[in-house]
Ligand binder design. Structure first.
Ligand SMILES: *Cc1c(COP(=O)(O)O)cnc(C)c1O
Length: 465
C-alpha cells in the first residue's frame, strides 16, 4: 500500500487562480515566424509582440493583475496631494519595511537615480552581491565605482546549493579595508540576485552583511524587487524559518536595511511603479528634494492614484503562500523539465527565470557565432517563444584588432511573467525543446552586420551564416 502510494505521480502543479478575462494570442506557423525574424534582422527585441506566442523576454512589468487590483484601479484617488490611495500604499510599505520615509517613483531606476545620485560621486565605491545593470549604470553615471562580490561556488558543489545569491563576506571586509570605509557609499544587497540567475540571499548572509556595515558605519541598501520570492526560498531552505510566513521573513530581512529600493514591476505585481524607502531623516530630505524635482510631489512621485492603489494591493497579494508556492514551483518545473531532457540549465533554478547554457547545448558553434543567439532564434522560429541572450551578444567586447572577447558563459534567459502563462504553456515550451535537441549538431551561427556603440543587443542586426 504505502509503496504504491509513494510511487503515485506527483499532482499537476495547478494555478492558484482562474481566468476571468482572456487576451487572445495569434497562432502562427514556422514559415511565418521565419519571415518575421528575418525582417527583424534576427534580433528578438525587434519582433512585434503580437507575433510572439510565449513571451519570456522579461518578468518586469509583464505580470497580470488580479480582479482585486483592477477593482482598486477604479478607487484610485487622483488628488495631487494627500490622496487616499497614497495613504493606503504608504501604510502597506511601512508595515513591510518598518522604514518611516516612503517615496513613490515611476519605476526602480528612478529610485536608484535619486538615491545613488545623492550617495555617489567620483571616488565613491558601492559594493554589492551583484549590481543589476540599471543600478550599475546609475552609480557609474555619478562617477562612482560599482563592485560585485557574489560568493563564488563550484558549479558541481551540490552540497552548498541553497543561497547562491549571497555576498562574499570575506571579500566584503577586505574591500572595505582596501577602499577605506569613508569611500564606501553603500553596500547594496540585491534580493533575489537578478544578474546572478535570480538566486536567493539567505537571512544569515543579510545579518552578517548588516554586522559588517555596523562595524564600519556603512549604509546598507536592499534592492529588493523580488523580496517575496526570496522569502519563499528562506522559508523552505534556511534552517529555522519553516514555520514563518513569507511576509514575516520579508519584514525581518527589510528591518536589517537602511534603505529599500524596489522595482514594483516585479514582486509589486503591477505593470509600472517603484519605491524608495529610508530610515534616516536627513537622507530622506535630500531624496525628497530630488523626487519633487524629477518625479513628482511626495504623495504620488511618478505614479497615478490608481497605480498606487494597485500596488498597495499587489504588495499584499504577492505574499500569499499559495501564490508563492506556485510561482517558485512553476519556475522550477520548467527548469527541472529541461534538465531531464538533457538541456544544460544553470543549477539550482532561481525564482523568476531559467537560464540555459547554450555554449554547452551547441558545442559545435564557436562563441563568435553566438550559440546563445542561435538558441534564442530557434526558440522563436520553432515555437514562437521569445527570450533573451545573456552571453556574448549582450556582454561580448572587442579587442583592438576587432576580435571578440567573449562573455563568461553563453547563457539564454527564459524569464517568466507572473500569473500570465498556464501550466500547459510551460509544457508546450518543454515540447519545443525536443525540436531544439534535434539541432545539437548544428555548426552554423550568426554574424552581426550592424551594431550600435552601446547596449548592442537591443538594436543589433544579424545574418545567418
Ligand atoms: C528591474 C530591476 C531594477 C530596475 O527597475 P526598473 O523598474 O526596471 O527601472 C533594479 N534592480 C533589480 C534587481 C531589478 O531586477
Amino acid at each position: 500500500m504505502s509503496n504504491s502510494a509513494s510511487q503515485k505521480k506527483e499532482r499537476t502543479l495547478a494555478e492558484p487562480f482562474r481566468i476571468k478575462m482572456v487576451e487572445p494570442l495569434k497562432m502562427t506557423t514556422e514559415a511565418y515566424r521565419e519571415e518575421k525574424l528575418k525582417e527583424a534582422g534576427y534580433n528578438t527585441f525587434l519582433l512585434q509582440a503580437e507575433d510572439v506566442y510565449v513571451d519570456f523576454l522579461t518578468d518586469s512589468g509583464t505580470g497580470a493583475m488580479s480582479d482585486t487590483q483592477w477593482a482598486g484601479m477604479m478607487l484610485g484617488d487622483e488628488s495631487y496631494a494627500g490622496a487616499k490611495s497614497w495613504n493606503k500604499l504608504e501604510k502597506v510599505v511601512k508595515d513591510l519595511t518598518s522604514m518611516p520615509y516612503v517615496l513613490p517613483t515611476h519605476q526602480g531606476r528612478a529610485a536608484e537615480r535619486i538615491l545613488y545620485g545623492i550617495l555617489g560621486g567620483t571616488g565613491k565605491v558601492f559594493i554589492s552581491n551583484t549590481h543589476f545593470d540599471t543600478t550599475r549604470a546609475n552609480i557609474e553615471f555619478t562617477g562612482a565605482t560599482a563592485i560585485d562580490i557574489v560568493e563564488e561556488h563550484d558549479e558541481n558543489d551540490h552540497e552548498n546549493m541553497s543561497f547562491r545569491g549571497n555576498i562574499d563576506l570575506i571579500k566584503l571586509v577586505q574591500l572595505i579595508e582596501k577602499c577605506g570605509p569613508e569611500n564606501v557609499a553603500a553596500v547594496i544587497m540585491t534580493v533575489t540576485n537578478n544578474s546572478s540567475g535570480g538566486q536567493p540571499v539567505s537571512m544569515a548572509n543579510m545579518k552578517s552583511a548588516r554586522e559588517i556595515c555596523n562595524r564600519y558605519g556603512l549604509l546598507m541598501v536592499i534592492d529588493g524587487c523580488r523580496i517575496a520570492e526570496n522569502s519563499y526560498f528562506v522559508k523552505h531552505k534556511e534552517p529555522g524559518y519553516g514555520r514563518h510566513t513569507c511576509k514575516s521573513i520579508a519584514q525581518e530581512m527589510l528591518a536589517l536595511g537602511d534603505a529599500f529600493i524596489m522595482s514594483a514591476k516585479k514582486d509589486g505585481m503591477v505593470n509600472m511603479g517603484g519605491l524608495l524607502t529610508l530610515r534616516d531623516e536627513e537622507l530622506s530630505r535630500k531624496c525628497i528634494n530630488m523626487l519633487i524635482i524629477s518625479e513628482g510631489f511626495t504623495t504620488y512621485g511618478g505614479l497615478s492614484g490608481r497605480d498606487m492603489e494597485a500596488l498597495a494591493i499587489g504588495l499584499v497579494e504577492v505574499f500569499d503562500e499559495g501564490y508563492l508556492h506556485y510561482r517558485i514551483k512553476s519556475t522550477a518545473f520548467l527548469g527541472e523539465g529541461l534538465k531531464a531532457k538533457g538541456i544544460p540549465v544553470v543549477w539550482p533554478i532561481g525564482g523568476h527565470a531559467v537560464y540555459i547554457d547554450a555554449g554547452k547545448l551547441f558545442p559545435n558553434i564557436p562563441v563568435d557565432q553566438y550559440p546563445g543567439h542561435v538558441l534564442a532564434c530557434a526558440l522563436y522560429t520553432k515555437g514562437g517563444i521569445r527570450c533573451v541572450e545573456v552571453g556574448s551578444v549582450m556582454f561580448g567586447k572587442h579587442d583592438k584588432d576587432g576580435k571578440l572577447i567573449p562573455a563568461k558563459r553563453e547563457l539564454v534567459r527564459l524569464a517568466i511573467p507572473r500569473r500570465v502563462y498556464t501550466q500547459s504553456h510551460i509544457e508546450y515550451v518543454l515540447d519545443v525543446f525536443d525540436d531544439i535537441l534535434e539541432m545539437q549538431n548544428e555548426t552554423k551561427g550568426y554574424k552581426i552586420v550592424y551594431e550600435p556603440p552601446f547596449l548592442r543587443h537591443f538594436t543589433a542586426r544579424f545574418e545567418q551564416l
